[in-house]
Design a protein. Structure first.
Length: 310
């Protein structure tokens, strides 16, 4: 991906320029990354191998974990490696690829979280129609739609940024290439592009957030007519989802719904949706879900049994 820029690479300042802090961050974020991959991989293996976890909710949870496994490698390995080097450089092509990946997987995750809220709405508010509405084919189309929506959003953000001329400073006050810091480096007026970028991200974030809030308001109202046991089970599954939504949507909305004025603040907030949320997703969904914990215990016992039989 080339443009008319004289800049062929960018310098990333990273999370901190303090050597002591960088060494601490290296150990901490390496641990976080291992947890992200191992935790989400465990969710996928558990859902695929368990016959009990064949409902649409776990189908979407499996894809959410898959997106998280794809999402974190876009930024985390580069960030972790940069903690050990003095010159944190990234090529122009690598920068645009990172920008595309962050928005592609990030937006896809937003859509899948929204689809999961819709699934809970149908399951709780329209239980008699659940099996006819949430068929395997319908679930597959919702997931494919999420991937397609993420791709369209990301390609718009990337193409708008890639065609800008970069001919001056090439230092990015961030640990990965993102739209706002790149717009500040462009040697042209980026006001119109900035408006389009914010409108694109803002429209997706706000519309999905509105759907999520509406879904859970309707769910909470409908729970009044259910039994105590049904209420507890519904609140348990919905509680996990609401926690993930807050952890992911809060920082994303803060970063992309407005023109950026403080990049140092933005990069600290970005840690939440690029590292912390993908790491916490498996913990949140397993600790609050008895079915998943039971399936994991059975998977573990089968593995131990097979090893003893050898």
């Amino acid at each position: 991906m080339e443009n008319a820029s004289s800049v062929k690479q960018f310098i990333l300042l990273g999370l901190s320029e303090d050597q002591g802090v960088q060494k601490t961050c290296f150990v901490m974020f390496l641990f976080f990354y291992v947890i992200i991959v191992a935790g989400n991989l465990l969710i996928i293996i558990t859902v695929i191998s368990s016959r009990r976890l064949n409902s649409p909710m776990y189908f979407f949870l499996c894809y959410l974990s898959f997106v998280d496994i794809c999402y974190s490698p876009v930024t985390a390995p580069k960030m972790i490696a940069d903690f050990l080097v003095e010159n944190k450089t990234i090529s122009f092509v690598g920068c645009m690829a990172q920008l595309f990946g962050v928005h592609f997987f990030g937006c896809t995750e937003i859509f899948i979280l929204t689809v999961m809220a819709y699934d809970r709405y149908i399951a709780i508010c329209r239980p008699l129609h659940y099996t006819t509405l949430m068929t395997r084919g319908a679930c597959g189309r919702l997931v494919m739609g999420s991937w397609a929506g993420g791709f369209v959003h990301s390609i718009v953000q990337t193409l708008l940024t890639a065609q800008l001329p970069f001919c001056g400073p090439n230092t990015i006050d961030h640990y990965f290439c993102d739209v706002h810091p790149l717009l500040q480096l462009a040697c042209t007026n980026t006001y119109l592009v900035g408006i389009i970028v914010v409108a694109n991200s803002g429209m997706i974030a706000l519309s999905c957030f509105f759907i999520l809030v509406t879904s859970y308001v309707v769910i909470l109202v409908s729970l009044k007519s259910q039994t105590s046991e049904g209420r507890h089970k519904a609140l348990s599954t919905c509680g996990s989802h609401i926690t993930v939504v807050i952890l992911f949507f809060g920082p994303c909305t803060f970063t992309y719904i407005r023109p950026s004025s403080n990049l140092s603040e933005d990069k600290r907030v970005a840690v939440f949706y690029t590292v912390i949320t993908p790491m916490l997703n498996p913990l949140i969904y397993t600790l609050r879900n008895e079915e998943v914990k039971s399936a994991m215990r059975k998977l573990w016992s089968r593995k131990l049994g097979s090893e003893k039989g050898k």
